[in-house]
Structures are given as structure tokens and as C-alpha cells.
Design a protein around this ligand. Structure first.
Ligand SMILES: NC(=O)c1ccc[n+]([C@@H]2O[C@H](COP(=O)([O-])OP(=O)(O)OC[C@H]3O[C@@H](n4cnc5c(N)ncnc54)[C@H](OP(=O)(O)O)[C@@H]3O)[C@@H](O)[C@H]2O)c1
Length: 281
């Protein structure tokens, strides 16, 4: 499995499995097992997904040893306050059935995320987590967080797909050696036209690959670790079969040209989004 070396030397798989919106716990467990069986070693969940226990059940059942897996979860921002953060992380670990996490992220830059970041730093110093990071942080918040704390995040998990390539944020992440994980790498299936674009279909036909595989390969060659989600075993496998071809410079350039620079899902700078966060559960 190809990996991305984090700034602390930890090797993070360059492709992972996402579990957002898999709220049927039996289906989540089956899907995670199918993913591990297909070769995925990184599993992404979050407190708000409500499926950490199902992920934990799959981790318990798989014959793949814990140390070969890379388990990622995220702290919900309702738990950022100092009196809640630590307990919520320990609760996540209990649900996941793990005695350490490979990567622990702050889910959004809302609420008291400075307090929560300092708690993550403590978890890291205690050796409870191998790496810490953030999610949905655009460059301004990321740089400020780095400036006023001891540690820089090892990873920023951000929305990234053909229509939202995050170039500005990536430039700042590169400057501070923050690795990039791409969520919604297939655009969360919201934009079906992505699958029919000539820039995607051309390489798909040339290499005998599917549009989804071309999209994931594009992100991997752009330095992201994408974490596609699927509840269909054949798609779970399809999304992992991206190691036997390479996009050329010209093909990459054509795909880069599809960027709109606009996030569909994860824009924390949108005041309506920030306002709505009060009511998220
Ligand atoms: N940090 C954050 O705020 C945040 C936000 C969103 C997501 N995430 C993480 O990122 C992961 C991935 O993002 P996502 O789940 O939102 O979206 P995604 O992976 O871009 O897309 C998932 C959708 O695409 C479909 N799909 C999967 N493989 C396909 C294929 N080969 N061909 C056609 N359709 C396919 C899935 O349907 P089926 O399941 O029916 O196959 C599902 O509807 C999440 O699961 C979660 O772990 C993080």
C-alpha cells in the first residue's frame, strides 16, 4: 500500500475508506469488513457519524492485525470544551475498541477549537494517538492555529474532488507540512456529470478504468489521500483498484482545468454554515 509520510514520520495510507452516512450499523460493519478485505488499511469515521461502534465491530472481526490498520476519528465540535473533549475521545476509543488511534481530527473549525486542539496535543504527547489533525480548515484558520499552539496539525481532511481542488489551502498546507486527506473525493455523488466529462472518460477508456477510478487516481497523483465511501462491495473494490495505472502530465493538466474553486459541502467560511452549526447534533 502506497503511503504518505506525515511530518512526524508516521506513514499514512494514501487511500482510505469513508463511512459518512452509513448509519445502518450492520451495513457499516459489513462495508468496513469488505473494505479491509479489498485491501484498504485506513478507515475514517467520526463521533457525529454515529457508527464508531460498527467500525469497532469490524476491527474486532477482521483477521488483519490492529497495527496494520490506520484508524481515524474526529471530535465533534460540541465536545470541544475542555471538560468534554477528553472524555469524548476516550468514549470514541471505547466504541472503536482500540487502545490507541492512528489519527485524531477536529471535525470543524467552529466553537472552542483552540481548547480542543490543546487537548489533542496532550493526547499526542501521552502516546494515545499517533498523529493529530484538523478537518475543514481553510488556510487562514490553519495558519492561525499553527501560530498560537505548540504543534502543527499532521493532516487536514478537506473536501476535494475534480470541482474543488483546494489549491490555495494546499499551498499553505505544503508550507507547514500538513498532509492532505480528500473527503467527498467522488463529489458525494451530488454531481453525476463528473462521471461523463471527456477529461475523465478519455483516460478511463485509455486505461480500461472507470470514471471513479480516474477521479481517485487524479487525487492521489495530486498528493491527496482520498477516502471514498461505498456500501456496495463491487464499488468498494473498484475504488481501491487504482494502483495499476498512471495519468500523464497532460491528462492531469486537463483534469486540473475542471476546478471551480468552490466547495459544495465543506465551506467553514460561509456564515450561514457557521450559524447552522449551532443546531447540528
Ligand atoms: N470531514 C468532513 O467534514 C467530512 C465530510 C464528508 C465526508 N467525509 C469523509 O469522507 C468520506 C467520503 O466522502 P463522502 O462519503 O461524503 O462522498 P464520496 O466518497 O465522494 O461519495 C460517496 C457516494 O458515491 C457513491 N459511490 C461510491 N463509489 C462509487 C463508484 N465507484 N461509482 C459510482 N458511485 C460511487 C456512493 O454510493 P454507494 O454507497 O451507494 O455505493 C455514495 O453515494 C466520508 O464517507 C467520510 O468518511 C468527511
Amino acid at each position: 500500500m502506497k503511503t504518505i509520510r506525515l511530518s512526524n514520520g508516521v506513514e499514512m495510507p494514501a487511500l482510505g475508506f469513508g463511512t459518512y452516512q452509513i448509519t445502518d450499523l450492520a451495513l457499516c460493519e459489513r462495508s468496513v469488513l469488505a473494505a479491509i478485505d479489498a485491501g484498504y488499511r485506513m478507515i475514517d469515521t467520526a463521533q457525529v457519524y454515529g457508527n464508531e461502534e460498527a467500525v469497532g465491530a469490524a476491527l474486532k472481526k477482521t483477521p488483519v492485525p490492529r497495527q496494520e490498520l490506520f484508524v481515524v476519528t474526529k471530535v465533534r465540535f460540541h465536545s470541544y470544551e475542555p471538560d468534554r473533549c477528553r472524555a469524548s475521545v476516550l468514549e470514541s476509543m471505547k466504541k472503536l475498541g482500540v487502545d490507541y488511534l492512528d489519527l485524531l481530527l477536529l471535525h470543524w473549525p467552529f466553537a472552542n477549537y483552540y481548547a480542543a486542539w490543546r487537548e489533542l496535543e496532550r493526547f499526542y504527547q501521552e502516546g494515545v494517538v499517533r498523529a493529530i489533525g484538523v478537518s475543514n480548515f481553510h488556510a487562514d484558520r490553519l495558519v492561525d492555529l499553527i501560530n498560537y499552539n505548540d504543534m502543527a496539525p499532521h493532516v487536514n481532511q478537506i473536501e476535494a474532488h475534480l470541482f474543488c481542488q483546494q489549491r490555495v489551502t494546499r499551498e499553505w498546507m505544503d508550507k507547514y507540512r500538513v498532509a492532505a486527506m480528500a473527503y467527498a473525493p467522488l463529489g458525494q455523488a451530488r454531481r453525476q456529470e463528473m462521471y461523463a466529462l471527456p477529461q475523465v472518460l478519455g483516460p478511463a477508456e485509455k486505461y480500461g478504468k472507470t470514471p471513479a477510478q480516474v477521479m481517485l487516481r487524479f487525487l492521489i497523483q495530486s498528493g491527496f489521500a482520498p477516502i471514498p465511501k461505498s456500501v456496495h462491495p463491487e464499488r468498494v473494490q473498484e475504488n481501491f483498484q487504482v494502483w495499476d495505472f498512471s495519468l500523464t502530465g497532460a491528462e492531469m493538466e486537463a483534469l486540473r482545468g475542471l476546478d471551480t474553486g468552490v466547495a459544495m459541502i465543506g465551506n467553514p467560511e460561509n456564515p450561514t454554515r457557521a450559524e447552522a452549526s449551532l443546531h447540528w447534533k
